[in-house]
Ligand binder design. Structure first.
Ligand SMILES: Cc1cc2nc3c(=O)[nH]c(=O)nc-3n(C[C@H](O)[C@H](O)[C@H](O)COP(=O)(O)OP(=O)(O)OC[C@H]3O[C@@H](n4cnc5c(N)ncnc54)[C@H](O)[C@@H]3O)c2cc1C
Length: 416
C-alpha cells in the first residue's frame, strides 16, 4: 500500500507519521517551494497531544512550546470570570501545548523526514486535480513558480490535506463558493514581553461586539531577561473583510481603538499591541460541513475537509485526529476504498459537530453569557452573576463535543 499525501502542513505531515507507524508507505507533495516556519500561535489540546506523544514528538514539542497551565476568562474590565487548569495540570495524561505554528510544523517535518525519508517529502508540487478508479488514485501537479506541469503521481489512495484553499475540495465541490465569513475579523500579533498571570495562561477576555482578546505565550525564555513570545488575537465584529491570506499584514490603527482603555493590573493590553513584532490580519471563516469527503480512492483531511472558526483551539487538533483515524483504518481494512468510507463515517459527523459548536458555543461563550447577564457592566461578585458549576458544565460540554473530555481520552488510551 502506498499513500500520496497532497499538502505538507500540520495534517499532511502528521498523516505521514501515523501511516509510517502503521507500516504504510507515504509520499508528501507540498505546494510551497520550501517549508518555512510560518504563522503565529496554535494550541494542541490533550487529544492531539496524545497522538503526537504516541508518535514520539512530546519531548521535542515540550522543548519549543509552552506547556499550558490554565485557561482564564475575563470581562473587558479585566475582572476574572473563571479559571480552570489545563492539560497535565488538570489531570490529563498528556499536556496542552501553546506553540508557534512554525515550531510545530518544523518538529513534524523533522520527524517525518527521519521516518519516511526526506526524499519522500516533495516541495514545489502544487496539486491541480485528482482522479481515481478501482485500482488506484492519481494526482496531477504543476510547478507553483512557473506553472509547468509535473509528472502525474499514482498511489493506492490520494489524501487531500491541502488546507483551507483546497484545490481537491474545489474539484469535488466546484460551486461551493468562498469560505463563509463569520462577521468577525481577527488581528493576530506576537510581542516579546515578561510573563503574565501563571506564566502559561491561556487568556480570553471581553466579547466580540466590543472587542475580544485571546492571549497566550508560545515561546518561553527567549532572552536573558526571561521574556516570552506572547501570541495575541484581537477579534472584533466587523462587517467587511479582506481576502483570506495567512500572511496578510494588519494595521494597528484598524483595531487598537477597541482596546485603548484595557489597562489591567495583570496586563496593559494597548502597550502589548504597540510593541508587537508583527501583526497579521485574517477573517474568521469556516465552511458548511460537507455531505461527503470520500470519492473512490480520494478523500479530504484537516482544513480541506472541515475548516472551522478558530474559537475552540481545534483546527490543528482535529486534523491530527483525522490523521490518526485514517492510518488505523488503512492498516486495518483490506480494501482501501472501504477504509476511506469508514474514515468519512467516523470523522465527518464528529468534525461537523465541532464546526457548528465553534460557531454557537465555543469555550469563550462563557464570557458572552456574563456580558449578557451583567448588561456589559463590571460586576461586584462573579458568584452573583453565574455559578462555578454552570461555568464548568459549559466548558465540559465543549470538551465532549471536540473529544477531549477525560473519559474519552482515557478510553482511547486503553484502545492503543
Ligand atoms: C501559512 C499558514 C499559516 C498558518 N498560520 C496559522 C496560525 O497562525 N494560527 C492558526 O491557528 N492556524 C494557522 N494556520 C492553519 C492551521 O495550520 C490549520 O488550520 C490546521 O493546522 C489544520 O492543518 P491542515 O494540514 O489541514 O492545513 P494547513 O496546516 O494549512 O496545511 C495545508 C498545506 O497544504 C499546502 N497546499 C495548499 N494547496 C496545495 C496544493 N494545491 N497542492 C499541494 N499543497 C497545497 C499548503 O501550502 C499547506 O502547507 C496556518 C496555515 C498556513 C498554510
Amino acid at each position: 500500500m502506498e499513500v500520496a499525501i497532497v499538502g505538507g502542513g500540520i495534517g499532511g505531515l502528521t498523516l505521514a507519521l501515523t501511516l509510517h507507524r502503521r507500516g504504510i508507505a507515504a509520499r508528501v507533495y507540498e505546494a510551497a517551494p520550501e517549508i518555512k516556519a510560518i504563522g503565529v500561535g496554535v494550541n494542541i489540546l490533550p487529544h492531539g497531544a496524545r497522538i503526537l506523544a504516541e508518535l514520539g514528538l512530546e519531548d521535542d514539542l515540550a522543548r519549543v512550546a509552552v506547556t499550558t497551565k490554565e485557561a482564564a476568562f475575563f470581562n473587558r474590565f479585566g475582572q476574572l470570570i473563571y479559571r480552570e487548569p489545563l492539560g497535565r495540570y488538570a489531570g490529563y495524561a498528556t499536556p496542552q501545548f501553546s506553540i508557534h505554528r512554525g515550531d510545530l510544523h518544523l518538529v513534524l517535518l523533522e520527524h517525518a523526514r527521519r521516518a519516511i525519508g526526506a526524499d519522500r517529502i516533495h516541495t514545489g508540487w502544487r496539486c491541480v486535480g485528482v482522479s481515481s478508479d478501482e485500482t488506484g488514485a492519481s494526482a496531477r501537479f504543476v510547478n507553483p513558480v512557473n506553472g509547468d506541469p509535473l509528472p502525474e503521481q499514482h498511489a493506492d489512495v490520494v489524501i487531500a490535506c491541502d488546507g483551507i484553499h483546497s484545490a481537491v475540495r474545489r474539484q469535488f465541490y466546484p460551486h461551493e463558493g468562498a469560505p463563509r465569513y463569520s462577521g468577525v475579523n481577527m488581528w493576530r500579533g506576537v510581542t516579546r514581553m515578561q510573563p503574565i498571570l501563571s506564566g502559561a495562561s491561556m487568556v480570553r477576555a471581553g466579547w466580540l461586539s466590543h472587542g475580544k482578546m485571546v492571549i497566550y505565550p508560545i515561546r518561553d525564555h527567549i532572552d536573558e531577561a526571561g521574556n516570552q513570545l506572547m501570541n495575541w488575537v484581537a477579534e472584533i465584529e466587523t462587517p467587511k473583510y479582506e481576502e483570506r491570506d495567512w500572511n496578510r499584514r494588519g494595521k494597528l490603527e484598524d483595531f487598537i481603538h477597541a482596546f485603548e482603555d484595557w489597562h489591567f493590573d495583570w496586563l496593559d493590553v494597548p502597550e502589548m499591541m504597540r510593541k508587537a513584532e508583527a501583526i497579521l490580519e485574517f477573517p474568521m471563516v469556516d465552511q458548511e460541513p460537507l455531505e461527503r469527503w470520500t470519492f473512490g480512492r480520494v478523500t479530504l483531511l484537516g482544513d480541506a475537509a472541515h475548516p472551522m472558526v478558530p474559537r475552540g483551539s481545534n483546527g490543528a487538533g482535529q486534523a491530527i485526529l483525522d490523521a490518526h483515524a485514517l492510518a488505523d483504518l488503512l492498516a486495518g481494512v483490506a480494501d482501501p476504498a472501504e477504509a476511506l468510507q469508514k474514515y468519512e463515517a467516523l470523522r465527518l459527523p464528529a468534525t461537523a459537530e465541532v464546526v457548528r459548536t465553534n460557531r454557537r458555543n465555543p469555550p469563550d461563550a462563557i464570557v458572552r453569557e456574563v456580558v449578557e447577564r451583567t448588561g456589559d457592566k463590571p460586576f461586584a461578585n462573579i458568584d452573583d452573576v453565574i455559578s462555578k458549576e454552570e461555568l464548568q458544565e459549559f466548558l465540559d460540554r465543549y470538551k465532549r463535543v471536540a473529544g477531549y473530555d477525560r473519559e474519552t481520552l482515557a478510553a482511547a488510551a486503553q484502545r492503543v
